[in-house]
Write a protein that binds this ligand. Structure first.
Ligand SMILES: [Zn+2]
Length: 341
């Protein structure tokens, strides 16, 4: 399995375009690149930050999105990050968000990149988990990624394996000015991306070794809320309901994190604990492949989406954890039928 990330951050616009150039946009894009490259779940080969000369036109940007989406294979994670200006015109047939590229002009919608093109490319990608992080105005209007044209992946995660994480901003004049409370390099990013990247760099106190989208959202919201700089708080929307999916490494040192909770015993106790959202040491479950498989089956059989989502989370971890085929076989003998159902 591999992961692919594309970071798009057009910071410069023509002086007469009517669109403000913000160095914070370019700095955010560079820092997404650095932070992802140093995350063991991603790494140098997995991350592309579009250089300034490829941010100039809709064609260039869309070409990069298409190429990255096409490269991803089943089992991969596809992450597209957009930092920049978003626009939405009241006389459009529906709320279609448009994203600025270098040659965009404020009053000319045809010079902007329609988010529908980006969505279409991502939706058609064969990646098993697809995530869009959008740090722009009107990102609250971005629809779910899952939808028409989404194919189910080999483990049935296709249609559900999509998520949009947005820094909801209604105000078209949202302040891009960096937060001085953030460490060097992040203090000159946009406040949302700066705080998000700070969470990725420092990790969270959660006991788990992985940062799920839900943990990331909660940590960014908490830190922006608790920040000495008053922030226009992002109402981060995890649209697509994939909050249990691990996406990044939790980089806080183990001793600084909360104590690992004790492990439930039987498969039934595991399910009860997980459904209650009490803390649980997921890696301990994977010490026993067959039991992990039984838990996945019981979760998948729950009469609600939360159970199914948890089942997919355990499965995602199991796919990476059981490198020895005989261990994976023990797991899959118990879990396979329920996941393929
Ligand atoms: Zn702040």
């Amino acid at each position: 399995m591999a992961s692919r990330a594309l970071v798009i951050g057009p910071a410069d616009y023509a002086p007469d375009s009517g669109i403000a150039s913000h160095p914070e946009i370019g700095q955010s894009a560079r820092m997404y690149g650095q932070v992802l490259e140093s995350d063991p779940r991603w790494g140098t080969d997995a991350v592309e930050v579009l250089p300034a000369e490829q941010l100039g036109s809709v064609n260039d940007v869309m070409g990069a999105v298409q190429r990255t989406a096409d490269q991803a294979e089943p089992g991969d994670t596809l992450l597209v990050v957009y930092v920049g200006h978003g626009a939405c015109w009241s006389d459009m047939p529906d709320d279609q968000v448009h994203l600025a590229v270098g040659s965009s002009r404020l009053l000319q919608p045809h010079t902007w990149l329609s988010s529908w093109y980006v969505y279409r490319a991502i939706r058609r990608s064969r990646a098993s988990l697809k995530v869009l992080i959008a740090d722009c105005c009107y990102s609250n209007l971005l629809p779910q990624l899952s939808g028409e044209g989404t194919k189910r992946g080999p483990l049935g995660v296709g249609a559900e394996g999509t998520c949009v994480l947005t820094a909801t901003k209604n105000n078209p004049r949202a302040d891009a000015k960096g937060c001085p409370r953030l460490p060097d390099g992040l203090d000159t990013c946009t406040p949302f991306s700066g705080h998000l990247l700070d969470v990725l760099t420092r990790g969270t106190r959660h006991h788990d070794d992985e940062l799920t989208l839900g943990l990331l959202r909660d940590a960014v919201q908490a830190r922006m809320h608790g920040c000495d700089t008053p922030h226009d708080l992002p109402n981060m929307i995890l649209n697509g309901g994939r909050e249990g999916m691990p996406l990044f490494t939790n980089r806080m040192a183990r001793p600084d994190r909360e104590r690992t909770p004790s492990a439930p015993a039987s498969a039934e106790e595991w399910v009860e604990t997980m459904m209650r959202e009490s803390p649980y040491p997921l890696d301990r479950l994977l010490d026993d492949p067959a039991n992990a498989g039984r838990v996945v089956t019981l979760l998948a059989q729950q009469a609600n989406d939360a159970g199914r989502r948890l089942a997919l989370r355990v499965n995602e971890r199991a796919n990476r954890y059981f490198e020895r085929p005989e261990l994976f076989a023990q797991y899959w003998a118990e879990a396979g039928q329920a996941l393929l159902a």
